[in-house]
Design a protein around this ligand. Sequence first.
Ligand code: HBI
Ligand code: FE
Length: 295
Amino acid sequence: MKEALTVHSHPPPGADAVEPTADFTIDQNYPSYTAAEHAIWRALFDRQERLLRNRACDAFLDGLARLGVAADGIPDFRRLNPILSQATGWTIVAVPGLVPDAVFFEHLAHRRFPSTCFIRRADQLDYLEEPDIFHDVYGHVPMLIDPVFADYMQAYGEGGLKALRLGNLERLARLYWYTVEFGLIRGPSGLRIYGSGILSSKGESIYSLESEAPNRIAFDLLRIMRTEYRIDDFQECYFVIDGFDQLFDATRPDFAPYYEALRPQPDIPPGVVLASDVRVSRTRKKGRARGTAQV
Ligand code: HBI
Ligand code: FE
């Protein structure tokens, strides 16, 4: 591969058991899952089911129901794909683990969601740094049933390919992080979760909505692209949207001028609130930031 790949130029350890194709896709090899692996899926599913009923956004809960992603065990991509492609034209492709950025974006730009196939071990139910099939299929795939979110994901893939060419991946990747992975949405019933990193995590499903600790800030594209994030703990900051069209609309313009405008601006640590931030409270009030820092 000739592209300058920023991270994960190789599949993770263990992935060498299968020879990946140029687009890193493999066969899910559904019959190879053991009873113990299906039991891990069920355990993860059951506890999120109880937690998310009043915490996940409607689009996620609808998607989960329509796909029939259920408690019985690890889903077979061959069963999910006809439902998903009928709904929004997306398909799931199996990959061995994290794939190079260019490969990842290429898939998204073609409405293919790269999903890992392996499931975490029983001693990793609460925390795993790399995506596994529970995070990918339970957390991400139901959201792809929503037509606007589905379009946003494709637009992100196209934007990712461009950001790679322009050398701005770090800033664009933050948009994915703070929306697709850790986004909150404000609706008639209050704050709800749509970010897959939260939806697939027991602890963060509660913390993201109920803890006083993190900051919750109204969605602001350029602000997000300056905000650093942590991958080793719950987030210190969440960005809140009012609807998925807000995400899609934000990705409509050409980002090249944004990258230029942001070039001289410093990054913002995740725990910092700016005077210009609009804070979103856990209840219904909304207001300008108080006690803030200038960066
Ligand atoms: N590969 N399988 C997989 N899943 C991801 O979420 C992923 C990836 N490769 C790259 C990547 N994410 C990130 O670099 C982008 O989200 C920016
Ligand atoms: Fe993810």
